[in-house]
Write a protein that binds this ligand. Structure first.
Ligand code: AQP
Length: 331
């Protein structure tokens, strides 16, 4: 029987954060045996926020090297740069015409990002979820492994696909979300009320970037805000400690209850040291492999070219189907 298809993407809008890693990348790696995977560097999404062109190029290559460093196998699976596959832009336009303004106005990411980038509330930021729907639907994905913050975008993807299928018959597979139990929403270390984001630059101590110096990572964790209590316990009244428990659980593969049990009677200093050690040991081999892979420019070029070709073949097939349905000429 054919394996099911997994699709996921990440924006090269900076160095991925520990949130991106625990909410998405770590799971991508583990899903490779069971599924046919397609992973993208979503640079078309990244330009919804102003990017420096040479930085964007560099971040895109680094993101590819990171995908490979965490263990994504580009021979077995497809890894590509979004803008290398033209079908995304075209499908996105078609789907825009099957998406309502009211639906897009409800998206919390649009509200958050427009508040953050008041000087550049562009139409791309507003229609971001439609491009994301095009990404997923072009590859007839069964499952989409994402963090909690993308749940709403996944729901709108399903709504758009169902609407289109209801009019034209079965064009798109309706995708399911695949959101991890632990690690789906990693919060800032200094502000555990807000999610950790790779593009946040105001307070570097709030975010762990997965290519940060390892000593620096340990120090950021040791400086993370906690509370005036002494108990290592998960709870709404303890956002800082809960976030660290979540990080520890996601890194070690333990449930929150198991993580709490590990620190029964421990003080905050001991607890933070264990969390820091676990994160550092998780990231150390990834950083080492990243250094090797990112130095091999020719290899990265080959992976990108092959990925673009393989992804285009699948995407073009779905695009042709949709074009025919809406009454465009089949090329
Ligand atoms: N804090 C988080 N905890 C768990 N998962 C997270 N993800 C993002 N932040 C967290 C997951 O990472 C994947 C890739 O995200 P993205 O690059 O497409 O965009 P994003 O969700 O907007 O991530 P950032 O880091 O906040 O990027 P910027 O700062 O550029 O907007 C997704 O699966 C996401 O759920």
């Amino acid at each position: 029987m054919d394996k099911k298809v997994i699709y996921s993407a990440m924006q090269p809008s900076g160095v991925p954060s520990l949130g991106n890693y625990l909410g998405a990348l770590k799971n991508w790696k583990n899903l490779q045996d069971e599924f046919n995977c397609i992973f993208a560097m979503a640079n078309m999404h990244a330009i919804t926020v102003r990017q420096d062109p040479s930085e964007l190029k560099k971040n895109t290559r680094n993101l590819l090297a990171l995908f490979l460093a965490i263990g994504i196998d580009p021979k077995e699976h497809i890894v590509y740069v979004q803008s290398d596959v033209r079908a995304h832009a075209e499908m996105s336009w078609i789907l825009n015409c099957y998406t309502y303004m009211g639906e897009l106005q409800r998206m919390t990411q649009f509200k958050d990002k427009s508040a953050k980038h008041e000087d550049n509330i562009n139409a791309g930021l507003f229609t971001y979820p439609v491009l994301m729907a095009a990404d997923i639907l072009l590859y007839q994905a069964d499952l989409v492994p994402v963090g909690e913050d993308q749940r709403q975008h996944l729901e709108i993807t399903r709504d758009i696909a169902e609407r289109f299928n209801n009019i034209y018959g079965d064009v798109f597979t309706i995708p399911e979300g695949y959101i991890p139990k632990v690690g789906a929403r990693i919060m800032g270390l200094q502000n555990p009320e807000r999610k950790m984001s790779k593009s946040e630059s105001d307070n570097p101590n709030n975010v762990i970037y997965i290519l940060d110096d390892l000593n620096n990572i340990a120090n950021k964790i040791k400086r993370a805000v906690t509370d005036s209590d002494t108990e290592v316990r998960y709870g709404e009244d303890k956002p800082g400690i809960s976030n660290l428990l979540n990080i520890y659980g996601a890194v070690t593969g333990k449930s929150i209850e198991e993580a709490e049990a590990d620190f029964k009677g421990a003080n905050y200093g001991e607890f933070k040291k264990c969390v820091a050690d676990a994160v550092v040991e998780e990231l150390r081999p990834i950083q080492e492999r990243f250094k090797e892979i990112s130095a091999d420019k020719e290899y990265l070029n080959t992976v990108m070219a092959e990925g673009a070709e393989r992804a285009s073949k699948i995407a073009d097939k779905t695009l042709a189907k949709a074009r025919k349905k809406v009454g465009f000429a089949v090329r």
